[in-house]
Design a protein around this ligand. Sequence first.
Ligand SMILES: C[S@@+](CC[C@H](N)C(=O)[O-])C[C@H]1O[C@@H](n2cnc3c(N)ncnc32)[C@H](O)[C@@H]1O
Length: 391
Amino acid sequence: MKLGSDDSKADALPGSRLRERIADEVRRHGPIPFSRYMELCLYEPDLGYYSRAREQFGRAGDFYTSSDVHAVFGRLLARQFEEMWRALDSPERIDVIELGPGRGLFARDVLDWSAKQFPAFACVLHYALVEQSPHLRETLQERLAEHIAAGKCEVFDSLESAASLASNRIVIFGNEFFDALPVEVIDYRGALRVGFESGRIIETFVAPSAAEVEFLDRYSVHPEEGERVEAPLASLGWMDRIANVFQNRRGFLVLIDYGYTREEQLAGRHRDTVMSYRQHTAGTSPYQAPGEQDITAHVNFTALRARAIDRGLGPLALLTQSQFLIGIGEETQFADAFQDCRLPQERAKVALQLKHLIAPAGMGETFQVLLMSHNVAQEKAARLGGLKLAH
Ligand SMILES: C[S@@+](CC[C@H](N)C(=O)[O-])C[C@H]1O[C@@H](n2cnc3c(N)ncnc32)[C@H](O)[C@@H]1O
């Protein structure tokens, strides 16, 4: 739903109700972990940023994701999924499970392009969308109505329900999914708690838990004077659930997000990556307008990869979105982008959009791709286009 100016006035109400909801929880339990604050702000039923019927994405919303830039993002991934299907010996059915699909532009692009360009793959492809927001699930039902009616696509509210219907050849995909999961914040003064004082949100600190300390020891760094870092414990839980789905199945995991490695943190970068976004402007305070702005944290790829390996997945690569997309598209000279263009002006416009997805100054190096596999022969996996530029 698109918000007009009148709707946004009416929307002030859920914001203050959410504030009251948070204050109430603090009154009852004392200051809450930052992760709980983030969870309430983003996902509290009817009130959280993603749970409310409002436009979060694209021009009318607060931020753009790759599928807002151009359909070529989904089309290149369709090409990659088709290769994955062949690497899995072209089974009679393959399930792509997408985590946090939002409003479904990516799924639409993958399904439409597969039908047009890769008919054999499209015939065996089943697409499952795992979205927690009831409002976004409705949007998905509408946007993908044709594919749903054709029995090619289904919408679920949990990974486990999607997995219960999936075949034993799968691809699990997520774009900007892990950055939307609640994180613990560990400040140099201790683990952050969010409280209320005289009607204002305040920060307090407690000794970090054993799990938080272990996370920093293994995958991150301890904050120095004046610093804070995140301990995304929920993302480890998610990786465990993903690995469970791969038990007794073969396939690939493709996670795309902005993030960092522990090596980069050791070099002094990526401390305090919690960000908020409202109307295409990045803010630094997650405490402004709870429920009305997006809150994200960069993804710790070292932790995700290590946890996936611990749970039995095989690492293929961690590479930039630029390397990944060029690897997939260069052999066909990015025909997936230009095929529909009739006029030179159209080609020029699409070339700019493609450049934005690939160029280091655009999304090309901010975003990274973590590729893992389960029970796939190494030599087959190594032939994937997306891995061509991986070192
Ligand atoms: C930043 S948005 C990304 C949307 C989409 N992938 C894109 O690239 O445009 C994160 C999405 O993950 C969803 N999400 C967050 N936690 C989830 C959970 N536990 N289960 C399913 N979806 C979740 C949110 O509702 C939201 O749609």
